[in-house]
Design a protein around this ligand. Structure first.
Ligand SMILES: NC(=O)c1ccc[n+]([C@@H]2O[C@H](COP(=O)([O-])OP(=O)(O)OC[C@H]3O[C@@H](n4cnc5c(N)ncnc54)[C@H](O)[C@@H]3O)[C@@H](O)[C@H]2O)c1
Ligand SMILES: [Zn+2]
Ligand SMILES: [Zn+2]
Length: 353
């Protein structure tokens, strides 16, 4: 049992907030990005001790199955009681991902604690470590699956927390230039602060911009960090009331990508209550003709969090620059509204019980 000291609101919570993921939500505690101090350990726990300060990945993984043992922690066979052999498990993500309660709360029960808990060194603050539960590893994962290498030109769709972390990760991996697409001014300004090149998609054609800058060659690698709630030009407010254009960012990146490039897709494309297979119409011919690659899925946080922790501890990067709000847990309802509408300069929220 963890006494929570920091938990975040994530863009993934917005899909739940919009009622898109699962109709079985009422009564569930949200929150899959969690840091805390161990308060109590069960009899099967050997290494984690009361008093340890730890960060917990959003994926719940047994540590023993074939998938955990091959680094596919998000695909664990044993952690999801509702869908064994299904899509793995996570905190606070409804029945689809196991029905576990999350950490936007005072306490959190952490299953498979020895596998899950990563100790936090003294030199790393809670508001830095909590970004290792999801978004920093997830941004890094987006670059990893897209094959970002030193000297690459990289295009990242989205300057939400995940997009910004992908931009930071691309630079950490040695990218020569990172384009950052969005339309929210404060988020584009944050991209610039991180060292990326912001492109406001409502004011400038991102495809034209990247092609013109690269002698029509395009980007070596792309990351889609928006997901299926992407909205089209001129539409500011997200959510079910506006017509989402799920593929608008992906299709932009397909045109931005150099021939043969891979588009890493951490942005979420989930089954919906209307369509259990999350079916969308997709320009497969265009992808085939230019030999594009696509890799996607939940981040396997445990493949990255230990090493990114060291990068923070040694002062190499500080992902906490994207934290705009540090507030008490009881302000969560107001902050959900604000984060959903992307108003008041909100980017990343850390809640403290
Ligand atoms: N794969 C994983 O493991 C994983 C982990 C965490 C989050 N996610 C997913 O990543 C996505 C992003 O998360 P987030 O926390 O950054 O969310 P967010 O909602 O805060 O950010 C999304 C951003 O996309 C921008 N956007 C929308 N339409 C756009 C368009 N047409 N062009 C450019 N930008 C556009 C929005 O303005 C916003 O800034 C979500 O789908 C989330 O569920 C996936
Ligand atoms: Zn998250
Ligand atoms: Zn497993």
């Amino acid at each position: 049992m963890l006494k929570i000291t920091a938990s975040c609101i994530c863009g993934s919570d917005l899909h739940l907030f919009h009622g898109l993921i699962s109709p079985d939500l009422p009564g569930q505690t949200l929150g899959h990005e969690n840091v805390g101090v161990v308060d109590e350990v069960g009899s099967a726990v050997h290494w984690v001790k009361k008093g340890d300060r730890v960060v917990v990945p959003f994926n719940i993984s047994c540590g023993a199955c074939e998938f955990c043992n091959s680094g596919l922690w998000s695909m664990c066979d044993n952690a999801n009681p509702f869908y064994p052999k299904g899509p793995g498990a996570a905190f606070g993500y409804a029945k689809l991902l196991g029905g576990y309660d999350g950490g936007q709360a005072e306490y959190l029960r952490v299953p498979f604690a020895d596998t899950m808990c990563l100790p936090i060194p003294d030199g790393v603050r809670d508001d830095q470590a909590v970004l290792l539960a999801d978004i920093f590893p997830t941004g890094y994962f987006g670059c990893d699956i897209a094959g970002v290498k030193p000297g690459h030109i990289v295009a990242v769709g989205g300057c939400g927390p995940v997009g910004l972390m992908a931009q930071m990760a691309a630079l950490l991996r040695g990218a020569a230039k990172v384009y950052a697409f969005d339309r929210v001014p404060e988020r584009l300004a944050m991209a610039k602060k991180i060292g990326a090149t912001p492109v406001n998609v409502d004011k400038e054609d991102p495809v034209q911009r990247v092609l013109d800058d690269t002698n029509q060659a395009g980007a070596d690698a792309c990351v889609e960090a928006v997901g299926y709630e992407a909205t089209g030009k001129g539409v500011m407010a997200p959510g079910p009331k506006v017509e989402a254009k799920p593929l608008v960012v992906l299709e932009t990146l397909m045109k931005v990508a150099k021939k043969g490039a891979i588009i890493g897709m951490p942005g979420l494309f989930a089954p919906t209550p209307q369509d259990k297979e999350g079916r969308v119409s997709f320009p497969l011919g265009a992808a085939f003709t230019r030999e594009l690659g696509f890799r996607m899925g939940q981040c396997n946080v445990k493949n990255y969090n230990r090493y990114l922790m060291r990068a923070i501890e040694n002062g190499r990067v500080d992902p906490s620059v994207v934290v705009t709000h540090r507030e008490p847990l009881e302000n969560a309802p107001k902050l959900y509204e604000q984060f959903d509408k992307r108003i008041g300069g909100i980017i990343k929220v850390v809640l403290k019980p």
